[in-house]
Design a binder for this molecule. Structure first.
Ligand code: ZN
Ligand code: MN
Length: 131
């Protein structure tokens, strides 16, 4: 609760429920997933509230927006640099390479100041391989 105050967001009960759902969540939920989960506690909450809260958090650097899933944006409360592996059948996403550093040589960076990178790996997850 204390740490949410520093976000500078107006903390409505709905927004707190969204923040609590995201806290430590490793499932890389979509906005729809978050809405489905949180609206069980707050049936009157609108999808726009979820979407706007995610947008504010993204702009404050508190949540990452992942474009690895071609069908919908996915959100990640873990903002430490890391990479992802996605199952091309069920679209389950897992973290990989936490702490893994990837550097470009002077020549390869083409004069850019490099501020980040993100690698997407594709594959079939263990559950889908069993089917
Ligand atoms: Zn799968
Ligand atoms: Mn992640």
């Amino acid at each position: 609760m204390e740490k949410y105050k520093k976000l500078g967001l107006k903390l409505t009960p709905q927004r707190i429920a969204i923040l609590e759902f995201l806290e430590g969540n490793k499932s890389h939920p979509s906005a729809e997933d978050i809405y489905t989960a949180v609206s069980q506690r707050f049936p009157t909450m609108s999808f726009a509230t979820v979407y706007n809260t995610l947008d504010s958090l993204r702009m404050k650097g508190e949540v990452l927006e992942l474009t690895i899933d071609p069908f919908k944006k996915r959100f990640d409360p873990n903002t430490e640099p890391h990479h992802h592996l996605i199952c091309t059948k069920c679209r389950h996403i897992v973290d990989i390479g936490v702490g893994y550093r990837l550097d470009l040589s002077e020549g390869d960076s083409k004069g850019f100041e490099i501020t980040g990178n993100h690698i997407e790996f594709y594959g079939i997850c263990p559950e889908c391989r069993k089917r």
